[in-house]
Structures are given as structure tokens and as C-alpha cells.
Ligand binder design. Structure first.
Ligand SMILES: Nc1nc2c(ncn2[C@@H]2O[C@H](COP(=O)(O)OP(=O)(O)OP(=O)(O)O)[C@@H](O)[C@H]2O)c(=O)[nH]1
Ligand SMILES: [Zn+2]
Length: 293
């Protein structure tokens, strides 16, 4: 049978076969031999045993893999932002998007607190850049059904700067969910596992979210980006222009004859997106190639 590992605890892997039933499985010796560590999110082949438990036979190829938290096969990052207490720096959004692009992950920009400040400007900025974006309010419930539709049938991880309302949104999506994870983290002992432990939670709207105890955000802060030459490829809306620059090795920062800069000037690429690109480019320049994996 095929399924997805929803959680891992003390050597047991809890596999969901798509019906919501979890089978607790042990990895077969073969897996240990091959030195593959099953991850939460892994698509696996398993066999049901007579005792109601199961055995993990194989791990299917991963589409992506993250280190903190250790999780595989995330379909999309839901980036929560806010235009009021706090106002999210667009650079933070753009950095997460660039990380997602490098990991075969979609990005959804979700501007919360639209009851306090309109999210429409950010929403259209990111839609124009080629991403799904929406404005919601965890407080009034506005837009929450739209968000539900976007996460249905997918495995999502939520991220966003502190105070934007990640827990509030998850609670609006699934009332009582914070309680559930609270129980789990209590059992594990708070503190000890808080950064490590991750599990998938199936929501009644049909979506699955990667959850860490207490809803700490999906931690992308320390994630590495890429070589500076690869960065432009992680800005989707740059694609029509990057090959049109006067010089083949154009960095698209301030070069003469740069088609990306021309597109920024013409209003085809948002100024803030290009500014983020330049900031990330400067950071990428600092890291020598031999330091990368
Ligand atoms: N007016 C308004 N307030 C909101 C909304 N969503 C969340 N808040 C408030 O914003 C504050 C922060 O919300 P949280 O859900 O704790 O934010 P978080 O992103 O999980 O915060 P961290 O745990 O620090 O990462 C709380 O006081 C919420 O009540 C909203 O849509 N509108
Ligand atoms: Zn250029």
C-alpha cells in the first residue's frame, strides 16, 4: 500500500493511506541498511501486518526536503503577511518565495488583518509577479474560505514574521486545532522538541498542514539561498527579460543595457521585488562557492 508519513515518534512512523487512518509502522531493516531516514511527509510503500501495525518497505522519491523542521514533499509555502501591527517587510516575503522556488515549492501570499488595513496592494503586486495571493482576516473570517480552497488537496507549511497571525489563521481554518497540537507538545515535553518535532495535520477542508508544536513558524530564516547566478531564476517575473540583457553575464543589479532594469522602470516588475533581488544578490555574493553543499 501507499501512504504518507504524518508523524514520527520513537522509531514508529505513522502512515496515512489517504483515508485519515494512521498505521504505525516500523522501518524494515533494509531501509536502515541503505541509511535512508524516513521523514515526515515522505510518500512510502508499506505493508499492513496482522497485528494492526505495518512495515515500511520503501520511500518514494522526494520532490523536496527541508532541514528545520525535517520534512519532505511540501507542496506550498503559505506566507502570511500583514499591513498593520506589524507591517511586514516585503523583503521577508521575497526571500521566502526565492527559497520556495529553489525547492520546487509553490508560494501563496496571504495578507492577514485586512479588517485593519487593506491587503489589496500587496495582493496585486504578488499576483502580477505570478503568485497566488489573497487578503484575509482571521478576526472577521473574510477570505478564509478562499484560503481553504487554495490549501485543499495540498500539503502546506505556514510561515510569516512574528505577530502576523499565523496561529489565528490556522484556528480560523480549523477551530480547535491549536488545542490539538498543544496536547501533542505537552506529551513530548515543551522545549525539548520544539524546534525538531513536526507532524502533518489533516484539516477538515481537505488540506494537510505541516505543524510544529505551538505553531512556531516554518523556519526559513536560516535556510541558505543559492549561488548569485541562480538568483534571477528564482524571481518568476524576471523570466521574460533575463535573456534580453545587453551582456550575457548581466547581474541585473545596475548594469548597462539590462532588460530587467528596463522592465522595472517601465513598471512591469515591481520596484520592491527588484530591491529584494539586489539585497539577496549582495548576500549571495558574500558566500564563497566552496562553502555551499
Ligand atoms: N485585527 C486583527 N487582529 C488579528 C488578526 N489575526 C490575528 N490578530 C491578532 O494579532 C496578534 C498576533 O496573532 P497570532 O495568531 O498570535 O500571530 P502569530 O503569527 O501566530 O504570532 P507568533 O506566534 O509570534 O509567530 C493577536 O493579538 C491576534 O489576536 C486579524 O485578522 N485581525
Ligand atoms: Zn540584466
Amino acid at each position: 500500500m501507499e501512504g504518507i508519513i504524518f508523524k514520527a515518534l520513537s522509531g514508529f512512523y505513522y502512515v496515512d493511506d489517504g483515508t485519515g487512518t494512521l498505521t504505525s509502522c516500523r522501518g524494515r531493516g533494509k531501509l536502515r541498511h541503505e541509511k535512508v531516514t524516513p521523514l515526515v511527509g515522505d510518500r512510502v510503500e508499506f505493508t499492513s501486518l496482522d497485528n494492526g501495525q505495518g512495515a515500511l518497505d520503501a520511500i518514494l522519491p522526494r520532490k523536496n526536503q527541508f532541514a528545520r523542521p525535517a520534512v519532505a514533499n511540501i507542496d506550498q509555502l503559505v506566507i502570511i503577511a500583514s499591513q498593520s501591527i506589524p507591517v511586514t517587510d516585503p523583503f521577508l516575503i521575497d526571500r521566502v518565495i526565492a527559497i520556495a522556488e529553489g525547492n520546487g515549492c509553490e508560494s501563496i501570499v496571504c495578507v492577514n488583518k485586512c479588517d485593519l488595513a487593506s491587503g489589496e496592494e500587496l495582493v496585486s503586486l504578488y499576483r502580477n509577479a505570478g503568485y497566488q495571493a489573497l487578503a484575509v482576516s482571521a478576526e472577521t473570517g473574510e477570505g478564509i474560505d478562499q484560503l481553504q480552497a487554495l490549501i485543499a488537496g495540498k500539503v502546506s507549511a505556514f510561515t510569516g514574521n512574528s505577530g502576523v497571525g499565523k496561529s489565528s489563521i490556522l484556528n480560523a481554518l480549523e477551530p480547535g486545532i491549536a488545542l490539538k497540537t498543544g496536547e501533542v507538545s505537552d506529551k513530548l515535553g515543551r522545549g525539548r522538541h520544539t524546534t525538531r518535532h513536526v507532524e502533518l495535520v489533516r484539516l477538515s477542508c481537505g488540506g494537510v498542514v505541516a505543524d510544529t508544536p505551538g505553531f512556531s513558524s516554518f523556519d526559513v530564516d536560516k535556510m541558505e539561498l543559492c549561488r548569485k547566478e541562480e538568483l534571477a531564476g528564482r524571481f518568476r517575473e524576471f523570466a521574460p527579460y533575463v535573456d534580453q540583457c545587453q551582456f550575457q553575464d548581466c547581474a541585473h543589479v545596475k548594469e548597462k543595457g539590462c532588460a530587467v532594469l528596463a522592465a522595472v522602470k517601465a513598471g512591469k516588475i515591481a520596484k520592491s521585488r527588484h530591491e529584494s533581488y539586489v539585497r539577496l544578490y549582495e548576500q549571495a555574493k558574500q558566500i564563497p562557492d566552496w562553502e555551499r553543499k
